[in-house]
Design a protein around this ligand. Sequence first.
Ligand code: SAM
Length: 356
Amino acid sequence: MPKPALSIKTPKKQGERTIALAAQLGLFDKSLEIGREDCYLYVPLARQPDETELAVLKREMVETQLESRDFVEKQPSAKTLSQILENKLPPHLLDSLPQALDVIGDIAIIEIPAELKPHEKLIGDAILQTHRNIKTVLAKAGAVSGTYRVRELAFLAGEKKTRTVHKEFGCQYFVDVAKAYFSPRLSHEHMRVASLVEPGEVVSDLFAGVGPFSVLIGKIQPNAKVYAVDINPDAVELLKTNVRVNRVDGRVFPILGDARELAATKLSGTADRIIMNLPETAIDFVDAACQAVKPQGGIIHFYGFVRQPDSAENLKHRFTQAVELNGRKVREFPFVRNVRETAPFESQIVLDAKIV
Ligand SMILES: C[S@@+](CC[C@H](N)C(=O)[O-])C[C@H]1O[C@@H](n2cnc3c(N)ncnc32)[C@H](O)[C@@H]1O
């Protein structure tokens, strides 16, 4: 039965890029076959893109339009995790199988519920069978913690490694999931923020990690200058590699050090835009951001966690107070959103704040 859906009509030569971009934005409807006609592909979408996504699509791809048409539904082929495991696990445990996995390059990271712990190796092997692109399966063995924001991981199956190369919006990121923070769940934010950077801007990415904000800015806004700071030496080594392989040297400058110390010295009064992606403790670094921003003001992208009954409104209030304590003012919050759920009743929120 044909199924009507909205699609991106794109010339075949841009097909691969369009599919990757639609998938990264969470728009690609993988249950439908891609349409083909003359020299065009029709990439089926699961929903209508929002304004930011439309801007990204427009900027990234010339000759792309949205069009509704009929698509053929894909035949289910490969076995699911629970089909592979149905005769190997007690039936009552099949419902507890992980529904989602974080895929970073060719490494999958999963959360194993306590009741499935004795069977974790079996689950790891099954994931290698269901996901041909995965070479290593690791399990979360603790929370993201410490100054470097990394977590303990346990090896489950495949190649025993923690290094990989992750692709996002046409950039390659060398990542070591055991040594430096990286989350594929922030790809939309990386692109949203990078898209806002204007030619000639100076950006300070105060908690840059391996560089997913900084490198992307360097890639899509060649006339901006980005200072990419991190205190974790392993993250900065990977960041240097990522600057090199993505050819953004001379635009993105990795700096190993403490954001507060650098904001008070080398970076003082230099930035038009500051990225503060350290949600757990970013509020304690508002003084550094206020010091790094130009005297005439700038934009701060501030990330924070909010646990119910706390709210985005309260976070705005706390941020405004911290800015005022440092002799600046919040003129407006042009954009506020819930970036993702991080735990039951807990979300990561971004505040874009214009400060003077
Ligand atoms: C949540 S991670 C974000 C990394 C990156 N922005 C991303 O989106 O993947 C926060 C980073 O801040 C770094 N960090 C923590 N405290 C810092 C400090 N005082 N100065 C500079 N970097 C710091 C950590 O090492 C970590 O890489």
